[in-house]
Unconditional design. Structure first.
Ligand SMILES: Nc1ncnc2c1ncn2[C@@H]1O[C@H](COP(=O)(O)OP(=O)(O)OP(=O)(O)O)[C@@H](O)[C@H]1O
Ligand SMILES: [Mg+2]
Length: 263
């Protein structure tokens, strides 16, 4: 069975894409078969961070110009990347039917995958909400700033109210140390639990690190770089281990790899 996860945040620029692709590569290095779907169709950039030249994207598949096979790219450590669009108006305004098409088009990968990691755009748009509702588990990335807390809360609230999602995992990025990260998680959890019957678990943290910034500039995911691996690899290993321990939630509605149960 494929385990699907979406990286979400509310606020932009908090490290979703970086965490999503490095988790994917780390899972792959641990022997799992992994794909990344870049569902940030406005500003798709997972392909840039993964150094994949994406001549064709999922937008081309939607328009009928190519098949899914043509938009599944092999990347680092064998991770498959399905790149988002290039910011054309069409892809920015994906409607529900097109999102359903994308979700169902991935069914053919089911027998050859252990994990699907979905990178979503910032903000609580219909698209982010629907893709986050279509996975087994939602991972929220936070940074220790009130704006990040409030935007993440707005996202969580929308997902809970519109799609009845209850369980969320949280990663605190760019933290000073583990203690501070956990304090930030507890503060965020307190806000969420004050208003909503949700369950949050802390699955890890990352320090603010120039190695992470450099790895993005060099288009070489930090988990593959010897020096970065020494500085931040341990944090990434804990996140990856916790991802493996997440148990999938039962959901109704459109879901990745659920065509058999829907039909
Ligand atoms: N652990 C970290 N330490 C230092 N800088 C970081 C870290 N994680 C991310 N960054 C910085 O934040 C920037 C944004 O990261 P990333 O693109 O992964 O965020 P995002 O949440 O996916 O953004 P968007 O909302 O635009 O999709 C990176 O270019 C990098 O400079
Ligand atoms: Mg991103």
């Amino acid at each position: 069975m494929v385990k699907s996860l979406a990286f979400v945040s509310g606020k932009g620029g908090v490290g979703k894409t970086s965490l999503a692709i490095n988790s994917a590569i780390n899972l792959s290095l641990s022997g799992f078969k992994v794909a990344v779907l870049d569902a940030d169709f406005g500003l798709a950039n997972a392909n840039i961070m993964m150094d994949v030249k994406a001549d064709k994207t999922i937008a081309d598949m939607l328009s009928g110009a190519c098949t899914l096979d043509d938009v599944v790219y092999r990347s680092h450590a064998g991770v498959k990347l399905i790149p988002g669009g290039s910011g054309t108006l069409d892809t920015l305004n994906l409607d529900t039917e097109e999102r359903w098409k994308i979700i169902r088009s991935l069914d053919v990968l089911e027998d050859d995958l252990d994990y699907l990691i979905v990178d979503t755009p910032a903000g609580a748009s219909n698209s982010s909400i629907e893709f986050a509702a279509a996975v087994d588990h939602v991972v929220i990335t936070l940074v220790g700033e009130p704006t990040s807390f409030m935007d993440a809360y707005a996202f969580l609230k929308a997902l809970h109210i519109e799609k009845s999602v209850i369980n969320f995992s949280v990663i605190v990025n760019m933290a000073k140390n583990e203690n501070n990260a956990f304090k930030d998680f507890k503060s965020f959890e307190k806000i969420a639990l004050m208003f909503l019957p949700v369950e949050l678990s802390f699955i890890g943290w990352m320090p603010g690190s120039s190695d992470v910034v450099q790895s993005i500039i060099a288009r070489k995911p930090f988990i593959l770089d010897k020096k970065s691996k020494r500085s931040v690899g341990k944090c990434m290993d804990i996140i990856t281990k916790n991802i493996q321990e997440i148990s999938p939630q039962k959901r109704s509605g459109i879901h990745f790899f659920s065509s058999k149960s829907e039909g």
